[in-house]
Design a protein around this ligand. Structure first.
Ligand code: NAD
Length: 367
């Protein structure tokens, strides 16, 4: 098959890490008989410099007509003083909304080789953990009615959490489908003991669950979920939750993996088109030095293979190649720590090593 991938390298370390992810996609494509055609487009600071706006219309059009979008990162001090609608981050919000991406998928996985980087005790982490947080991205309190008014006690402010049945149904389906590719367990996180919006959330998630009889569903209150993430992270497979709860819990979960340079993400909508990016930013402090960790972007490319192109086997192979590279002792400086027996390498050497391991894995499969 031939697939069209829109590539937004962006700013700072964006171009360096995206180049390594493309290296990996090329190996995966070559050895599994698929062809990837890349269309490089502008977004963020580089788009502002070239066209005056953070998200040119041409970028939106090319992304819309592609099978998937791979993004590095955008932003940097050069553009920090522009008005909000002209800042690089406006490009990010704009592309998510133009592509109708309402589900954010963030895995938080502890690679055994990086167990030292985890701030939790080994007795808590046990065999490691591998959870996927599915966060609703375009509804809830971040988009509800808000304002200020005069109350009996003087000035007050309010924000409103609103969820429709349709919004809950579609995010729940994303979570159940994602769990079918994993351990088939969904934890739905809400605050149904207090919030009416959470009670509707719970009702609807249970209705949707009947469409997925092979998946186990449990409900969990958000305060308990925040505790369980640090008490017993290994108990989770897929967690589905609202925009605000997901914002907070996904940051908590990413912290316990110990490294921002390792974590990928996917934003999905109704079809298979998705946007794939590392969770970190453009790291202007290390841009151009060849030391950025490309693994979060490479793992984002694995998610792209799995969720947009339906190439699950190749996605698994990329993830295993990353794990093998870490087992071999290769580390970029951000994950080197003080561990013994590791070899510190730069961005492209790390990408080359993953590519070699992927090639061996895929050749062995053929062979
Ligand atoms: P950041 O994630 O870019 O950097 C935080 C720290 O982590 C820095 O010390 C950086 O060197 C390090 N780091 C990040 N990614 C790394 C990698 N792959 N390898 C090694 N080290 C890495 O966050 P920030 O400094 O707050 O933001 C920098 C710029 O990125 C800002 O303009 C911000 O608006 C933007 N940003 C963009 C996105 C995005 O494009 N999705 C997300 C967050 C921040």
């Amino acid at each position: 098959m031939k697939y069209k991938i829109a590539v937004i390298a962006g700013d700072g370390i964006g171009p360096e890490i995206v180049a390594e992810a493309i290296k990996i996609l090329n190996v995966a494509g070559e050895l599994s008989g698929h062809e990837f055609e890349y269309k490089h487009v502008l977004m963020g600071g580089c788009a502002i410099d070239a066209t005056g706006v953070p998200l040119p219309e041409e970028t939106v059009e090319i992304c819309k007509t592609s099978d998937a979008v791979l993004l590095g990162a955008v932003g940097g001090p050069k553009w920090d003083n522009l008005p909000g609608h002209l800042r690089p981050e406006a490009g990010l919000l704009g592309i998510r909304s133009a592509l109708g991406l309402y589900a954010n998928l963030r895995p938080a996985k502890l690679e055994p080789a990086l167990a030292d980087a985890c701030p939790l005790k080994p007795s808590v982490v046990g065999e490691g953990f591998d959870m996927l947080i599915v966060r609703e991205l375009t509804g809830g309190i971040y988009f509800g009615l808000r304002g200020r008014r005069m109350g009996d006690g003087g000035e007050e402010a309010y924000d409103t959490e609103v969820y429709s049945v349709k919004e809950i149904e579609r995010i729940a389906r994303v979570a159940f489908k994602a769990s079918q590719l994993r351990k088939k367990k969904v934890t739905s996180v809400d605050k149904a003991n207090v919030l009416e919006s959470s009670r509707l959330w719970r009702e609807v998630v249970h209705r949707v669950a009947s469409e997925f009889p092979d998946v186990e569903l449990e409900d969990m209150l958000v305060d308990n979920a925040a505790m369980q993430i640090v008490k017993n992270p290994g108990r989770f497979d897929v967690m589905v939750t609202s925009n605000m709860f997901g914002d907070i819990l996904s940051d908590e979960a990413s912290m316990i993996t110990g490294s921002i340079g390792m974590l990928p993400s996917a934003s999905l909508g109704d079809g298979t088109l998705g946007l794939y990016e590392p969770i970190h930013g453009s790291a202007p402090d290390i841009a151009g030095r060849g030391i950025a960790n490309p693994l979060a972007t490479i793992l984002s490319a694995a998610m792209l293979l799995r969720y947009s192109l339906g190439l699950g086997e190749e996605a698994d192979a990329v993830e295993r190649a990353v794990a093998k590279t870490l087992d071999d002792g290769l580390r970029t400086p951000d994950i080197a720590g003080g561990a013994e027996g590791v070899r510190v390498v730069g961005t492209s050497e790390m990408g080359d090593a993953v590519a070699r391991n992927l090639k061996s894995a895929l050749c062995a499969r053929e062979g």
